[in-house]
Design a binder for this molecule. Structure first.
Ligand code: ADP
Ligand code: MG
Ligand code: ZN
Length: 474
């Protein structure tokens, strides 16, 4: 018998706002525990939350890029439960009236075809703190994360594979990063995902009982856990057993899922409207303001690049991975570099340096205009490609300016003794080749060039080398 796996996602994205959701405390990584807290975010009785407008603006942008229906009126509710890192005893969330309904996650099927995972809703909620379990058995509580603004993106269930589930989460990550809503680092926990999995006989149209998988902190975990959990469910069902609706933990090292607890139902949380916060109203003007503030979206940038710059589709993959990479490339082109050289330099040299330095393009020491000047120097034959690459490398040291390197190198190369030495050495070492050329057979020319380039480690300027050989022979 063959089986179909059905997956539904619950994605938590921490919004990249300056402050927390209901107070002015700083959000994000702090240097020491419990340093970014106040009576509101740790829930002292009587302290009143105030919804920060930046969180709303971020939430609207998220809903726009996932094509949701933004609700004019939404509301917060209290989700009541006890946990040591939740000092209030409840989490402020949106249960009855979420701010966004519907929408889709675009993703790629395993065969490469495009598909869409429909969304049920997106709601805003606050994060809890963190429990840190030490190896000596003590546990510590860090409340810095308390009340950080989260979006919970809930999808419909859809038949798909583990790889496709990972593709969905990657797509959400890329989109939210693109519009500046979430940093999207799964390892750092600012993007988290619970995956619901069920299986059904391939000919059936009725979805089976699902389990919810937690502790997935990478795309690989998502892919593997769906595979492993559906295999487990199929084994239970073919053995005549039943699937229990429950929450299971993914163990990455052992590659198994383990039962954690029975599924809690919503009545267990005693949801009720949050009395300390007013109804949220999002007017069409608020939505339009955010729409206007959206950057050029990936599909639009991609088609512009394919059409206007003539980039081959495959080349655009590394360029599209982060919006900031593409922004930099655009700046290089705007500063006068031709698109295809700019793309070659970016994909070859810049990405390699970024990788070696584990750095983001925003922090890269060589600015776009400087790279454009380097590309121009190569194009105008003031520098050889190899020389230009080593200048770029040099310019990565602090306090070295690429601009002055280009100027110095350009004038040096004009009358370089080194060039003459390389040419003379190679000519002396290859009398046969020289004799052939003198006899009118130009074929060995390429060989000589190759030797000179090798001797100069790519520094010699090909055009100048050629001129020099010719003048020595005439
Ligand atoms: P609850 O309110 O109990 O959490 P929901 O209906 O909101 O239940 O579903 C939670 C998640 O489970 C959603 O992401 C949904 O897509 C997913 N889900 C629901 N039914 C199934 C199923 N049969 N198989 C896989 N996932 C499912
Ligand atoms: Mg849930
Ligand atoms: Zn606070």
């Amino acid at each position: 018998m063959s089986w179909t796996t059905v997956v539904g996602l619950e994605i938590h994205a921490q919004m990249a706002t300056q402050t927390k959701m209901f107070c002015a405390c700083r959000r994000g990584s702090s240097t020491s525990p419990n340093e970014s807290i106040c009576p509101v975010c740790v829930g002292w009785p009587g302290a009143l939350p105030v919804l920060q407008s930046e969180a709303i603006r971020c939430a609207i942008r998220a809903a726009l890029c996932l094509h949701c229906d933004i609700q004019e009126f939404s509301r917060f509710d209290r989700k009541n439960y006890f946990y040591p890192d939740l000092p209030k005893g409840y989490q402020i969330s949106q249960f009855y009236r979420p701010y966004a309904l519907g929408g889709v996650i675009p993703f790629e099927r395993e065969d490469g075809s495009p598909a869409e995972l429909p969304l049920v809703r997106i709601h805003m909620e606050e994060d809890a703190g963190k429990s840190v379990h030490e190896s000596d058995g003590t546990s510590r509580i860090d409340l810095n994360r308390c009340s950080s603004p989260l979006l919970e993106i809930v999808s419909e269930p859809l038949p798909m594979t583990g790889k496709e589930a990972a593709s969905c989460v990657r797509s959400v990550r890329d989109l939210l990063r693109w519009v500046g809503v979430c940093d999207g680092d799964m390892e750092k926990g600012n993007l988290r995902c619970d995956v619901n999995v069920s299986v059904m006989p391939a000919e059936s149209s009725e979805y089976g009982t699902r389990t919810e998988l937690k502790n997935l902190n990478s795309f690989v975990s998502i892919e593997r856990s769906v595979l492993v959990e559906s295999a487990r469910q199929i084994e239970v069902l073919t053995g005549g057993g039943e699937i229990r609706q429950e929450t299971r933990l993914w163990d990455q090292d052992r590659e198994i899922t383990e039962s954690m607890r029975g599924k809690e139902d919503s009545p267990d949380y005693r949801y009720f409207p949050e009395p300390d916060l007013p109804v949220v109203q999002i007017g069409s003007q608020d939505v339009e303001e955010q729409r206007a503030a959206l950057p050029e979206m990936p599909e639009i940038r991609l088609s512009r690049w394919l059409n206007d710059y003539g980039f081959p589709q495959l080349e655009t993959v590394p360029l599209m991975a982060r919006r900031a990479n593409g922004d930099y490339l655009e700046e290089v082109i705007q500063a006068g570099a031709d698109p295809s050289s700019a793309s070659n330099w970016f994909r070859g040299e810049i990405l390699r340096h970024l990788n070696d330095r584990s750095e983001k393009i925003e922090d890269f020491p060589v600015k776009a205009a400087e790279l454009a000047a380097l590309i121009a120097a190569v194009k105008e034959d003031r520098l050889s490609g190899g020389r230009a690459k080593s200048l770029l490398q040099e310019a990565l040291s602090p306090a070295v300016s690429l601009k002055s390197l280009i100027e110095d190198a350009g004038s040096q190369e004009q009358d370089s003794d080194a060039l003459a030495e390389w040419v003379d050495q190679v000519m002396q070492e290859n009398p046969d080749a020289i004799a052939k050329i003198r006899a009118g057979d130009m074929k060995p020319m390429g060989f000589l060039m190759g030797q000179i380039m090798k001797l100069s480690s790519g520094q010699a300027h090909p055009k100048k080398v050629q001129e020099l050989i010719r003048s020595r022979l005439s």
